[in-house]
Design a protein around this ligand. Structure first.
Ligand SMILES: Cc1cc2nc3c(=O)[nH]c(=O)nc-3n(C[C@H](O)[C@H](O)[C@H](O)COP(=O)(O)OP(=O)(O)OC[C@H]3O[C@@H](n4cnc5c(N)ncnc54)[C@H](O)[C@@H]3O)c2cc1C
Length: 388
């Protein structure tokens, strides 16, 4: 097989890149290790920045998001038993959309298939070769057959545990990493939303987040031990912990309902630099991870591939290498800004097991500062909507 761009991974990064390339008349093949049903059902991110929404709409895959996604003009910070609104629209002129990542995946897969894009599911033994030459290739097994794709470029969109990043030699790359001493316990609940907007709560017992997925499904998270198992959390324990952390002085309470999914998510910050070696480029979680507190992961994946698609377009249209050569440096500037913001939100809102009483008071003082200062609220809002 021969193509222009071989893409590994059919997450938001790989699928959107393939689609953007197609719109520019550039051929690609996407290799995915899981089944279509599996990638379309995996529950992950839910918050899209305005820039991400525009990218999806411009690419012709935003119609359902516009109809079914919920536009949020603000969110709330809760602490000391009170809630404080951060008005995104008033502070930045922008908003975010709550639209689940698996719905974005469903829309992108449908668009790739409608355009007769090459999307191979259930591939295994994926290996990348000759990235230092002008003819890199990818070998893999599909339907029991060993196959190979020769390409001009290979793009690793295969997430944190993929094979692509490992192809950048350790001597050429630097990995920056921080693992947090807590995780998030996430649940999906059959009920109307507890709140119209997201609530980020800081409490002595740990962080909690109220989010939604649809008018009938809530997504709730609470800070937990990263080694907790799902079976250690009965429904009663979950609700009593959520009430303790979220219910506030004016009588507002989190709405209960049938819990139909539970999972534990580890929290990590990670950056691999550079995001390129020879003709191999990395995009999305393959190159960087943020803790989910700032809701940046899917948005970074989208902004990486927007940049890379434009750079590849410049190469195929005009034979120009400049944008490809500066891809890693430019992408990493945005990545580090999002890394900083995600770390800051995480530090501001979580209970750190080793925090001294002095540090806990400083955390509260910082929160009070943020909600009482328009300048600090604006900085928070700008970072949250991605106005950078
Ligand atoms: C609980 C949770 C909540 C989150 N909330 C948010 C949020 O609100 N907002 C936000 O922006 N982000 C959020 N994120 C992060 C977001 O989900 C990720 O950043 C996003 O999925 C990254 O997309 P990606 O395409 O880079 O990688 P992925 O979505 O991980 O896709 C990689 C794909 O590559 C495939 N693959 C891996 N290895 C191979 C291989 N060897 N061969 C072939 N295929 C392979 C995988 O099966 C996968 O389908 C959240 C994440 C989690 C876990």
């Amino acid at each position: 097989m021969r193509t222009q761009v071989a893409i590994i991974g059919a997450g938001p990064a790989g699928l959107l890149l393939s689609h953007l390339l197609h719109l520019n008349g550039i051929e690609s093949v996407v290799l995915e290790s899981r089944t279509r049903a599996d990638i379309e059902a995996t529950i992950r991110a839910g918050v899209l920045e305005q820039g991400s929404m525009h990218t999806l709409v411009e690419a012709g895959v935003g119609e359902r998001m516009r109809k079914e996604g919920a536009l949020h003009h603000g969110f709330e910070l809760a602490f000391d038993g009170k809630r404080h609104r951060v008005d995104l629209l008033e502070l930045t002129g922008k908003a975010i959309t709550v639209y689940p990542q698996h719905e974005v995946i469903i829309d992108l897969v449908a668009a790739r298939i409608a355009a007769q894009g090459q999307l191979l599911f259930e591939t295994s033994e994926v290996a990348i070769h000759d990235i230092g030459s002008a003819r890199p290739s990818v070998s893999f097994v599909h339907k029991g057959e060993s196959r190979r794709i020769d390409a001009d470029f290979v793009v690793g969109c295969d997430g944190f545990h993929g094979v692509s990043r490992q192809m950048i030699p350790h001597s050429l790359r630097q990995d920056f990493q921080r693992t947090y001493p807590f995780g998030w316990f996430g649940i999906l609940v059959e009920s109307a939303p507890s709140s119209e907007e997201l609530i980020y709560a800081r409490h002595e017992r740990g962080f909690a987040l109220v989010s939604t997925r649809s008018p009938t499904v809530q997504r709730l998270y609470l800070q937990c031990d990263p080694h907790d198992r799902v079976d250690q959390w009965s429904d009663d324990r979950i609700w009593s912990e959520l009430h303790a952390r979220l219910d506030n002085q004016d009588g507002w309470q989190v709405k209960e309902g049938r819990i139909f999914q539970k999972n534990v998510i580890g929290m990590r910050s990670f950056v691999c630099a550079p995001m390129r070696s020879g003709r191999l480029f990395l995009a999305g979680d393959a190159a960087h991870i943020v803790p989910p507190t700032g809701a940046k992961g899917m948005n970074l994946a989208i902004s990486d591939v927007r940049l890379l698609a434009a750079a590849l377009d410049g190469f195929y249209r005009q034979g120009r290498w400049e944008a490809l050569d500066s891809y890693s440096e430019i992408a990493l500037q945005r990545v580090w800004r999002a890394e900083y913001f995600s770390w800051w939100m995480t530090r501001l809102l979580h209970t750190f097991p080793d925090a001294t009483p002095f540090e806990r008071e400083l955390q509260l003082a910082e929160l009070r500062n943020v909600v009482s200062s328009r300048a600090l609220r604006t900085a928070l809002a700008e970072n949250y909507v991605g106005a950078f």
